[in-house]
Design a protein around this ligand. Structure first.
Ligand code: HEC
Ligand code: HEC
Length: 227
């Protein structure tokens, strides 16, 4: 390869990675205020916003802050019904400045996919290891055919939710990889029933055309993207 080509490659890689970094700008927030608000959310969504594997409570950590804020607004206006959050989703409990703080804080939480192996010679500290392990989130493999799921996902969903389901902070399409599959399944069910808004008003009908098998295969593929 000519050196000019290598330079071109280097420059374009740099531009691409900066573009991703620019896309994922987390607004500044007051950590003290954020942790105070988080005390309330942690009761259901977990100390690190990791959600629960049974899909009852979604993961919030690492999600696009604009997307999160839009959901809270939708809960407040009851455009999206979320009964457990009714006592919190109102302007008295969660005024706009608190929404800005907590959504920026949640977006900034990085959950490792694996427990880091001990470096050679590193001392084993049981307490530290336990604390670290609480932050690890790796979605267990969902039953289905991931090969078929990949084709379906790339045809129908990747243009907005990203090549690997990582989400798109420009389009404010949430990450699906790393989210609990049972939670996603419940949302898809709500979209089909017209109980939850998706990207366009016609999506309820579109989602009803997808078979349960196609959805399960897609979840099987998504659940393998954070291995
Ligand atoms: C009493 C339990 C409970 C508490 C406390 C709670 N939530 Fe939730 N939250 C839920 C449930 C349940 C859902 C999922 C609702 C559904 O299935 O549509 C949810 C969903 C959400 C979502 C939507 C996530 C997505 O992927 O669309 C956001 C954002 C959210 N909560 C933010 C918060 C914040 C911020 C707090 C703290 C101020 C909080 N929640 C406190 C129960 C709770
Ligand atoms: C044209 C863009 C677009 C396409 C294509 C698309 N989505 Fe979405 N999706 C969105 C947007 C935007 C949202 C956020 C909607 C909101 O604000 O409530 C969303 C939200 C979701 C949610 C809710 C996630 C959560 O955390 O609560 C699920 C589940 C979902 N999409 C699944 C899918 C699946 C499955 C496909 C493919 C069959 C798909 N989407 C295709 C744009 C898209």
């Amino acid at each position: 390869m000519k050196s000019s080509h290598i330079l071109f490659l280097l420059v374009s890689t740099l531009i691409c990675s900066t573009a991703l970094a620019e896309e994922r700008v987390i607004p500044e927030f007051d950590r003290y205020d954020a942790e105070d608000i988080m005390d309330v959310c942690a009761g259901c969504h977990g100390e690190y916003g990791q959600g629960t594997p049974d899909g009852e409570y979604p993961r919030l950590a690492g999600q696009d802050p604009v997307y999160l804020a839009r959901q809270i607004e939708a809960f407040k206006s009851r455009k999206r019904i979320n009964i457990p959050m009714i006592p919190y989703a109102n302007d008295r409990e969660l005024p706009p400045e608190d929404v800005r703080t907590i959504t920026a804080y949640l977006a900034s939480i990085n959950l490792p996919r694996h427990l880091k192996p001990l470096k050679p010679g590193e001392k084993f500290d049981a307490f530290e290891r336990l604390e670290e392990s609480k932050r690890v989130l790796n979605i267990p493999h969902y039953p289905g055919d991931p090969k078929k799921g990949e084709r379906f996902y790339h045809r129908e969903c990747a243009s907005c939710h990203g090549e690997k389901g990582e989400g798109n902070w420009k389009k404010h399409a949430p990450m699906l990889t790393g989210q609990h599959p049972k939670y996603l399944l419940r949302q898809i069910d709500k979209i089909r029933k017209g109980e939850r808004f998706h990207d366009s008003v016609d999506d309820a009908e579109l989602f009803r055309e997808y078979s349960d098998r196609q959805i399960a295969d897609m979840l099987a593929w998504l659940s393998r993207q954070d291995d």
